[in-house]
Design a protein around this ligand. Sequence first.
Ligand code: AP5
Length: 218
Amino acid sequence: MSKFIVLIGPPGAGKGTQAKLVSEKLDLPHISSGDIFREYFNNQSELGKIAHRYIERGELVPDEITIAMIRERLSKSDCETGAILDGFPRNPVQADALEQMLLEMDSEVDLVAYIDVPQEELIERLTGRLTCREQGHVFHRKYNPPKVANRCDYDGSELYQRDDDKEETVKRRINVYMQQTMPLIEYYLRKNLLVKVDGMQTIEQVTKTLLEVIGNKR
Ligand code: AP5
């Protein structure tokens, strides 16, 4: 039986950090819409260039582009057993599209974990974030520093600051989240799929809580 887990939460809540850890533990692919856009951009594809225009402004990439990209990713064979979705869906239109895509795979969303972190914390987390060039592993200058300065612990690649992690863009991303993504909380509460997780715990404690709530859903 397949297992599809959605992680939602504001920018900087820890979705990417947790999705990587949980996907390794559960042996499920980690699908991050932001990582896929960045990969397309690094490969200089047309889609990547279009997406980048929205990302650098802190706005959402249009639904038709995003939905088609996720549809293609979910059609790969490694998703037959499920996936950890990070950053998609991001509004009710995308959530409806996901439901339809999974229905076509004879599956459904099992659980939506809402990682809750107060706004004051998000700017500090994002402006201090370091991201690895090769595989998108994330660190934080203060909260989760790499063992060797500016080198990823996992693959040794260079760490950099994302363009959209500058304070002005972070503020814009938080506004976009409040307006466009927050309605998903209500959407998934109505479907009885939402579980709220305290994102102010340590990284290890958040992972433990997530694994517990996912396990309880079995
Ligand atoms: P995306 O890359 O998805 O960015 P995001 O959702 O804004 O989320 P972030 O990656 O910024 O944060 P996160 O929650 O993953 O936090 P992280 O684990 O890194 O999207 C980028 C852009 O792409 C969007 O703005 C949009 O333009 C476009 N896009 C993507 N998906 C789209 C969609 N579906 N539709 C349309 N457009 C889309 O953690 C942050 C920092 O905090 C790190 O430094 C980490 O080390 C630290 N940290 C994590 N957990 C903790 C903890 N518990 N305690 C202390 N520090 C912690």
